[in-house]
Each structure stands twice: as C-alpha cells, then as structure tokens.
Design a protein around this ligand. Sequence first.
Ligand code: AMP
Length: 210
Amino acid sequence: IVMRIVFAGPPGAGKGTQAARLIERLAIPHISTGDMLRAAVKAGTPAGQEAEVYMKAGQLVPDSTVIAMAIDRIQENDAREGFMLDGFPRTREQAEALEAAMKEADLSLDAVILLEVDDALIVERITGRRTDPDTGTIYHMTFNPPPAEILDRLVQRSDDTAEACAARLSKYHQDTAPIIPFYEERSILRRVDGVGNPDDVTARLIEALG
Ligand code: AMP
C-alpha cells in the first residue's frame, strides 16, 4: 500500500486543494514546503527572512535551506508510517537529496503523483485564487466563489500576482520538470489529469493511488 508519496505538478495545478482532500482519507501527514516556508516567514525565523525575498519574486528558495527543512520534517514521529510531500522536491538536486536521505533509513518512495494542467489554465487559476485567513479555505473568484460575507477578509498570496505567476511557471519548466524523467526512470511516476471539476480530479487521484 502506497504511503510515501510525492505530490508534484506546476504551481496552481490544485495540489494544495487536492492534498487536503486526500489526506482526510490517508492517515499520513501532508507536508507542504510552501506552507512551512510561509510559516517561517510569518514567524520571522532566520530561514524565513532568507526565504521571503525569493518567494515574493516567484523564485525558488535555495536548495540548502529547503532540503534541510523537508528532510528534518519527514524524520519526525508522525511521518514514520508515511507522508505526502507537496511542493518538494522541486529540483533534481532536491530529488537526489530526498532519495539519499530515505535510502539511509532503508526507505524509498512508493509513488510520485504528477498533477498535470496546461500553462494557460494555470495563469487563470492562480491569479483568481484567494485564501480565507480564518479557516485556511482556498477559493477562486470565478471557479469557486467565496460567500459574499467573507469577501472583506480574503487575502491574495503575494506570489499569486500575474508577474510572480509567470516567473513561477518558467521556473517550473526550467528547474522542476527535470524531476519527471528522474522518477520515470525509477518507475514510480503516475500522471493524473488535473483539469476538470475538483471532485473528478480527486476521484482520479484516488484511483492513481490504488
Ligand atoms: P507553494 O506553496 O508550494 O507554491 O510554494 C510557495 C513558494 O515557496 C514557492 O514559489 C517557492 O518560492 C517556495 N518553495 C516551496 N517549496 C519549495 C521547494 N521545494 N524548493 C524551493 N522553493 C520552494
């Protein structure tokens, strides 16, 4: 049974929304390096202060910082039986570091799920995305409109602007796409179509996870 999972795909493919749904069914922690970095920025830790500049610009945070953070996290107690990594690895170097760290513990990944969505649709999805800071719920102004009474408190992530979105997409193709052949070579890559209504996508993901 599949328990050590990487959830990959371009920014705005719906990984965050779908991971939250999947995790309700799987008794494993959802580990998002993006969430961890945002928490570090908010807390003003040294790593957070370093990361903030890159994140605002839609750039990747340096490998050394992110690798240490992710590898420490998967070694925590709640991740012993499994985990779902979301947004990590994002470079080939991160993929190699993850593999090496797991190998040392005699572990390996069971599956890498690649959620696929075209660039044009991603831009539309990302720029319309808003979060409710009180509940963490993610909305889309067109595709999943929030209730009128909470409009005032919704926030847009500073890296969800059109400019930062374009930068993140080009980074994805340049730096992250190389992890796809890396995992194909290990025969653990599973491609899932991320286009369509969220319930259909969830159903496809559940099927892909077996
Ligand atoms: P996300 O919430 O996954 O879209 O991540 C938001 C931002 O955090 C990204 O645009 C990067 O700046 C940074 N980030 C998250 N995960 C990584 C990673 N694995 N490697 C480098 N930067 C990351």
